[in-house]
Design a protein around this ligand. Structure first.
Ligand code: AMP
Ligand code: GLY
Length: 437
């Protein structure tokens, strides 16, 4: 009997569909390729780089019939959803009706990311530490409530705004300019017609990702993202310029995070009768002098947090995703390793990334402890690769120590370049200083 027939007889074969097109999704492909049970990996839409390792398809996710036909044709028996938009649009609900195991929460639960106001009400109801805030809908609302807050002021669009909906304003004048942008100029459309005015939290950020079946949970290794474009946390906010981890945090902080944040959040999720949560909850934390506080919930893996987490598992990710998607929550074991991911971004990122710039060097270079993940690249007829997005390529390094992992990621990065590309030179640097340990 051939491998496929054997696996089918065991019932363990996996034809997996991954939704998304970035470095996070390429990382998922890479991890799932290592599973002996995975037969085929399909990605919608993927990109020309991911296409070298998986089967990419252009399917309109807005059209449920098209998706259902695809899933049946390809005998998909596991869907892993990368980005938030399809989850907020209810893709899990559609797939579950068709009995397809899906890793990712239903539409009701995805509101934890889809509406900042929903999430804030949820946190307040369950007494989960977070920044004080008020809901605002007009410049006048802001004028009336801004005296309750101290500078800097944080203004957050309620809805999904492609990661750009947060403005941090140093003065009242700046806040009023932003209020005009949100409410009168409608820069975020519908997503920004209602917003939160929020107290700025001081501290350091930590990404806490929790796998859950809605009942039990597993906290994944803590990772540090680097949100600002430039070294020393300067410049504009981005989707994330690099990650490193695991962050070895003190056991008392770990306890605080579990007791004050993760457990009450999971209890809150259980109490919502309309939530079906089989997936990952990404809790963006600010560790302040008063303890950890929630900045935001995301209902999907972080990008590039996941790129650092995947290589650390001592086990089979396909089994983990299948298990969560079918309602279980496995106990995970981790390798004693560290990882780092450096994002190589296009000129003009995050505002106006320059596309179509030829990438020089060897994008297929890899070693046992470093490799590239393709995020925003495109191939022309001559098989030459070009930039095609803001975050273009991730350079990942693995090591026995954090220092080694970071070195490996930066060594790997030297194998490619393009005109005016940008990347941070200090990914993981703060974690190497004992004060953050
Ligand atoms: P969010 O989309 O909510 O993750 O916000 C994007 C980024 O804005 C966060 O990763 C933080 O760096 C920053 N941010 C958001 N809310 C706050 C806050 N209340 N205090 C300080 N920084 C914040
Ligand atoms: N790296 C942060 C995020 O995925 O939202």
């Amino acid at each position: 009997m051939d491998k496929l027939s054997q696996l089918k007889q065991r019932g363990s074969f996996v034809n997996v569909l991954i939704l998304g097109s970035g470095g996070r999704e390429h990382a998922l492909v890479k991890a799932l390729l290592q599973s002996p049970d995975v037969i085929q990996i399909h990605v919608i839409p993927g990109n020309d780089g991911i296409q070298m390792h998986a089967l990419c398809h252009q399917i309109n996710l807005q059209n449920p019939e098209e998706l259902q036909t695809f899933v049946k044709q390809k005998q998909i028996n596991l869907v892993v959803v990368g980005p938030e938009q399809p989850l907020c649009d209810g893709i899990s609900d559609i797939l579950k009706i068709n009995n397809i195991p899906v890793f990712g929460p239903n539409k009701a639960a995805a509101q934890l990311e889809g509406s900042k106001i929903f999430a804030k009400n949820f946190m307040n109801k369950h007494k989960i530490p977070t920044a004080k805030s008020v809901t605002v809908k007009s410049v006048q609302n802001i004028e009336e409530s801004m005296d309750q807050f101290q500078a800097p002021y944080v203004l957050k669009a309620d809805g999904l705004a492609a990661g750009k909906g947060v403005a941090i304003c140093n003065t009242k004048e700046e806040l009023l300019v932003q209020a005009d942008n949100y409410f009168n100029k409608n820069i975020f459309g519908e997503a920004g017609t209602t917003a939160l005015l929020e107290q700025h939290l001081e501290g350091y950020e930590l990404s806490c990702l929790v796998l859950t079946n809605g009942q039990r949970f597993q906290i994944l290794p803590f990772i540090q993202d680097h949100k600002r474009l430039l070294d020393e946390d300067l410049g504009p906010n981005t989707g994330g310029m690099g990650t490193a981890g695991p962050v070895n945090i003190h056991s008392s902080l770990k306890d605080d995070i579990a007791q004050k944040i993760v457990i009450p959040t999971l209890e809150g999720i259980q109490n919502q009768s309309d939530f079906e949560y089989n997936g990952v909850l990404f809790i963006g934390l600010m560790v302040t002098e008063q303890g950890p506080k929630v900045i935001e919930y995301n209902v999907r893996f972080g990008d590039p947090e996941l790129q650092c987490i995947l290589p650390l598992l001592n086990g089979d990710w396909a089994e983990v995703f299948k298990s969560i998607a079918s309602g279980d929550c496995p106990t995970l074991k981790w390798k004693p390793l560290y990882s780092a991911c450096v994002v190589l971004a296009a000129e003009g990122y995050p505002e106006n990334p320059v596309k179509g710039v030829p990438i020089e060097g060897d994008i297929t270079h890899e070693t046992p402890s470093s490799y590239f993940l393709y995020a925003g690249i495109k191939k022309d007829q001559d098989n030459k690769f070009y930039t095609n997005g803001g975050r273009v390529i991730n350079s990942v390094g693995i090591g026995d120590s954090l220092q080694q992992a970071i070195e490996n990621a930066y060594k790997q990065a030297q194998y490619i370049q393009w005109k005016n590309y940008q990347f941070r030179k200090d990914i993981g640097k703060k974690l190497l200083s004992p004060s953050k340990g």
